[in-house]
Design a protein around this ligand. Structure first.
Ligand code: CA2
Length: 150
């Protein structure tokens, strides 16, 4: 079976490459999505990518995911630290979900140290810039393949 992964990017990540390059690097979201598509192709999976600045749009996408995807790769951005709604949606659909961050949230301000998402995620990858997304996709696909072959 060819797996499909829903890739979700949270608020302000559309600004990548245009603002705050010292924190988030120079890479654009379009480049990240292209790198993810390239990796997905080599892993034999397909992707659907969505960025939204709106919590409800992300919740709707998570709720709809089980009809067409087997896993979720998400950078919830600032909603990581605030959103019980996104956490509850992930818990409700119970699709394997990998949380990723460009920056090492544990090295930054204390309000970024807590993630509402981590307890309902398969795992969290943070601090490797755009590479966090690629590591996250590899981890998610490895998990899906392992479960499918068990
Ligand atoms: O490190 C990450 O990936 C974050 O999820 C990024 C979020 C931040 O709130 C999290 O604590 C960690 C912020 C994304 C905002 O991205 C911007 C990109 C360019 C310019 C301004 C914001």
């Amino acid at each position: 079976m060819a797996f499909k992964v829903l890739v979700l990017h949270g608020p302000n990540l559309n600004l990548l490459g245009q603002r705050e390059p010292r924190v988030y690097g120079q890479v654009t979201l379009e480049t990240i999505n292209q790198s993810l598509h390239n990796l997905a192709e080599s892993l034999g999976v397909t992707l659907e990518c969505l960025q939204s600045n709106h919590e409800g749009v992300l919740v709707d996408a998570i709720q709809g995911a089980p009809s067409h995807a087997q896993g979720i790769l998400i950078n919830p951005a600032a909603y990581t630290h605030t959103s019980v709604a996104i956490r509850d949606a992930i818990a409700a659909v119970s699709l394997p979900t990998v949380e990723v961050h460009l920056s090492n949230i544990h090295q930054r301000e204390s309000f970024r140290h807590h993630s509402y998402i981590a307890p309902v995620a398969l795992g969290q990858i943070a601090g490797f810039g755009a590479e966090s997304y690629l590591l996250g996709l590899r981890a998610l696909v490895a998990h899906l393949q392992k479960v499918a072959s068990a």
